[in-house]
Design a protein around this ligand. Structure first.
Ligand code: FES
Length: 150
């Protein structure tokens, strides 16, 4: 076990965990932020996507010992009122079906439009390629990203 100081959603947290503990489990089990989901645990589905210094990354593969002083943002901290442009577009397009993958989808989409304010269909497909939705909401996801980027 080791002690770590983390900045998550602009708040400081102290946790005492094994150095190889994935941030996904730190968030869910130690900080009680359960919006970030466990899907595959092997970096294949994208359900666990968070931002590290604003860049989308899969938290299931990210040991706490690798974080350093970088800032973590989860779906709970993406906006104060659920009013990030991507979140508003998600509601407008009624994207979610079962909803399980959606926090990861939204976090990846938010990172995309920060990097690319006017993504093409190809840009969206490429960026979102690794976020799997078992309900197949891909058409609505693409439409929502287009709306969010306007
Ligand atoms: Fe991390 Fe699937 S749970 S990529």
């Amino acid at each position: 076990m080791a002690q770590y100081k983390l900045t998550i959603n602009n708040q400081t947290h102290h946790v005492d965990v094994a150095p190889n503990t994935p941030i996904l489990w730190v968030l869910r089990d130690h900080v009680n932020l359960v919006g970030t989901k466990f899907g595959c645990g092997i970096g294949q589905c994208g359900a666990c996507t968070i931002h590290l210094d604003g860049v989308a990354i899969r938290s299931c593969l990210l040991p706490i010992s690798s974080i350093g002083d970088r800032s973590i943002t989860t779906i709970e901290g993406l906006s104060s009122e659920g009013d990030h442009p991507v979140q508003k577009a998600w509601i407008e397009h009624d994207v979610a079906q079962c909803g399980y993958c959606q926090s990861g989808q939204i976090m990846n989409a938010a990172s995309l439009i920060t990097r690319n304010a006017n993504p093409s269909d190809e840009d969206i497909e490429q960026a979102m390629n690794g976020n799997i939705c078992r309900c197949g909401t891909y058409v609505r996801i693409k439409a929502a990203i287009k709306t969010a980027a306007k």
